[in-house]
Design a protein around this ligand. Structure first.
Ligand SMILES: Cc1ncc(COP(=O)(O)O)c(C=O)c1O
Length: 388
């Protein structure tokens, strides 16, 4: 049996995969089992920020794997402490909880918000507001947080205590806050799965102020937008926001599973012994890889992300087959006249991997993609978009 046949037989049917069986990669380029090469403009959905098999990342991971691969959270280890220190130094946050995915990071944020509100105001203050069209994960609680009905339909009853507001609707937000039961707002600065839609910066700043007035927390989901993707270390920095909790994952690990909830000094004392935990959270190998990622996201790299993002936005914005281009940095959504799914399939045939988000072609290339690779990939995507 081929890999594809075995996958169909043994793997749960939750993924509708493209044809290539990928075997190796370097930088922005990945090779399939037949030796065909692809420029990857999706980087494993925003994970491989330094591309495939980045030597520095791979060396950090291999070194840690040969020293100590896992201990449990009953003991101290250095890589997770080092990573937490780096994250706090870079963001001004106070403490970090490590899990293994974006959904787990958001689960932690929800627990922090619920306990903070219960401790300070009483248990009736437990509602988490999220934005319509948001995406926060696939666990039942993060699915409940996700503001898109179609994810909810098959999995009732959901976790109670979530309500959704529209980005940009200040009156709607205040109406919800006035009910007196809101613990926090959790939101993405750029809605990734929702179609690469940035929230309005003015609204975001006003929302932060309003939340403060009502004693509710601002929690930013940086699972997709974080770790350099938008041209800042975290997207909230582009907005000038001062969140109480920041969640992140994906690019943080550079290719190994890790999630983190960063807590400001206001909430960093909320969780005590036994309130939360994870067998693998803070795993030394994942954290060693993440240290190598975070240690290299500097202003030079970020300005390159902004420059390349601007180039891609202008390039696609000028095509007749494109209705609009949205996004921030190297997180780009292209609204096309031809259906996005068809474009992405044709790109695979022509040696470029990219993604969709709702009705858009979504690009999340490695942050270190070369200009040559980026321009070559852009030409191939443009020809699939067509003239229309
Ligand atoms: C904004 C956002 N939050 C949370 C998640 C869930 O992350 P994970 O798949 O690592 O659980 C995602 C995944 O796409 C995401 O984009």
């Amino acid at each position: 049996m081929t890999v594809r046949e075995k996958d169909k037989k043994y793997i749960a049917n939750t993924y509708n995969r493209f044809q290539p069986v990928l075997v190796s990669g370097s930088g922005a380029v990945v090779k399939d089992e037949d030796g065909k090469v692809y420029i990857d403009m999706g980087s494993g959905i925003g994970v491989n920020v330094f591309g495939y098999s980045d030597p520095e990342w791979a060396a950090a991971v291999a070194k840690q794997a040969s020293l100590l691969q896992h201990t449990s959270n009953l003991y101290y280890t250095e890589p997770c402490v080092k990573l937490a220190e780096m994250l706090c130094a870079a963001t001004g946050m106070d403490k970090v909880f490590f899990g293994n995915s974006g959904a787990e990071a958001n689960e932690c944020a929800v627990k922090v918000a619920r306990k903070y509100a219960a401790d300070n105001y009483g248990p009736e203050r437990h509602v988490i507001l999220t934005l319509s069209n948001s995406f926060h994960g696939r666990t039942l609680t993060t699915l409940s947080a996700t503001g898109q009905e179609h994810y909810h339909e098959l999995f009732q009853p959901l976790t109670p205590g979530f309500r959704h507001v529209c980005a940009g609707d200040m009156e709607g937000l205040e109406r919800e806050l006035k009910k007196g039961d809101v613990a926090a707002l959790l939101m993405e600065c750029v809605q990734g799965e929702g179609g690469v839609i940035p929230v309005d910066p003015e609204w975001a700043l006003q929302a932060e102020q309003l939340l403060n007035e009502y004693g509710a927390l601002l929690m930013i989901d940086e699972v997709q937008t974080g770790n350099g993707r938008t041209g800042a270390l975290y997207a909230y920095m582009n907005y000038g926001l001062r969140p109480d909790v920041v969640t992140t994952a994906k690019g943080l690990g550079g290719g190994l599973p890790i999630g983190a909830a960063l807590m400001s000094s206001k909430v960093s004392g909320v969780l005590g012994f036994g309130d939360h935990g994870s067998t693998f959270g803070g795993n030394p190998v994942a954290c060693a890889g993440a240290c190598s990622v975070i240690g290299r996201i500097d202003e030079k790299l970020l300005s390159e992300v902004r420059r390349k993002g601007k180039w891609l936005t202008e390039f696609f914005g000028a095509l007749p087959g494109v209705r609009s281009v949205s996004g921030m940095g190297l997180m780009i959504g292209i609204q096309t006249k031809r259906p996005a799914g068809e474009i992405v399939r044709e790109c695979v045939d022509n040696g470029v991997l990219c993604l969709t988000a709702k009705d858009r072609v979504r690009l999340l290339p490695p942050l270190t993609i070369s200009d040559g690779e980026m321009k070559k990939a852009a030409e191939i995507i443009a020809s699939a978009i067509g003239a229309y």
